[in-house]
Design a protein around this ligand. Structure first.
Ligand SMILES: NC(=O)c1ccc[n+]([C@@H]2O[C@H](COP(=O)([O-])OP(=O)(O)OC[C@H]3O[C@@H](n4cnc5c(N)ncnc54)[C@H](OP(=O)(O)O)[C@@H]3O)[C@@H](O)[C@H]2O)c1
Length: 221
């Protein structure tokens, strides 16, 4: 039984990670700003009041988790705000950069004492953070923040390899959640997370630093 920490666990993909990991018998620590009935009903450990962009709440969490080894740290929390060229909102771009890129990096740094040889760190990035794959433009804040997240993950993969810690950058596919206004074009959180967990299970020091689609395809940077 491994211990997983999932951020942004109250809904969407984060909630589904908690559900599937719990179902297969893993230990789950679910962090969120505020819980939901669905998360409360899973019977996992819930740490509420955790805003990943607040240094204060991250320190509070780290103090509570002192001495607990985390086998898999899943940085799932994220935000998507639309920013077209003509409606550029620098404040929105800064906010997305803060939540999607800088906070997961700082959170990992804060949790280093909870990671050990064999631990894994997972960043939920997006294909929209692939420069090569960008054929539709726009979404400045989201795209820029996810590219930055990919770069943070790649550097961490190199820096943490000597400690035996592996890192993955994962794209969940187009998933029907609040973030995508529950699009009918997308796959369900359940389908996405089945693939994501397979990727995490196969993550090791040989393939650390890879950018994968949940379906197993290797994505271009
Ligand atoms: N859905 C897709 O098609 C898709 C595609 C590519 C990548 N992704 C990535 O997958 C991850 C999960 O997406 P999703 O579709 O499940 O999104 P979602 O349904 O909108 O859920 C986002 C989660 O992030 C949390 N969150 C946002 N800002 C936070 C903060 N400052 N501190 C703590 N938690 C925060 C939200 O908590 P609150 O309830 O408190 O707001 C919520 O739990 C994200 O990183 C997203 O970028 C999703």
């Amino acid at each position: 039984m491994a211990t997983y920490l999932v951020t942004g666990a109250n809904r969407g993909i984060g909630l589904e990670y908690c559900r599937q990991l719990r179902e297969r018998g893993d230990n789950v620590i679910a962090t969120c700003r505020s819980s939901t009935q669905e998360l409360d009903g899973l019977g996992v450990r819930i740490e509420k009041g955790i805003d990943i962009s607040s240094g204060e709440s991250v320190v509070k969490l780290v103090n509570k988790l002192s001495g607990i080894n985390i086998d898999v740290l899943i940085h799932n929390a994220g935000v998507l705000e639309k920013n077209s060229l003509l409606e550029l909102d620098p404040e929105s771009i800064r906010r997305q950069f803060e939540v999607n890129a800088l906070s997961p990096l700082c959170f990992t740094r804060a949790m280093l004492n909870n990671l050990s040889e064999g631990s894994k760190v997972v960043f939920m990035t997006s294909r929209m953070g692939s420069i090569e794959d960008n054929s539709s433009g726009g979404s400045y804040g989201y795209r820029m923040s996810k590219v930055a997240l990919c770069m943070a993950g790649k550097s961490l993969a190199i820096d943490l390899k000597p400690n035996g810690i592996s890192v993955a950058l994962l794209h969940p596919g187009l998933v029907s959640t609040g973030m995508t206004a529950f699009t009918t074009q997308g796959i369900t959180p359940s389908m996405s997370v089945q693939g994501l967990i397979r990727r995490i299970d196969s993550l090791d020091l040989e393939n650390t630093g890879s950018f994968w689609h949940a379906n197993g395809d290797m994505l271009p940077w």
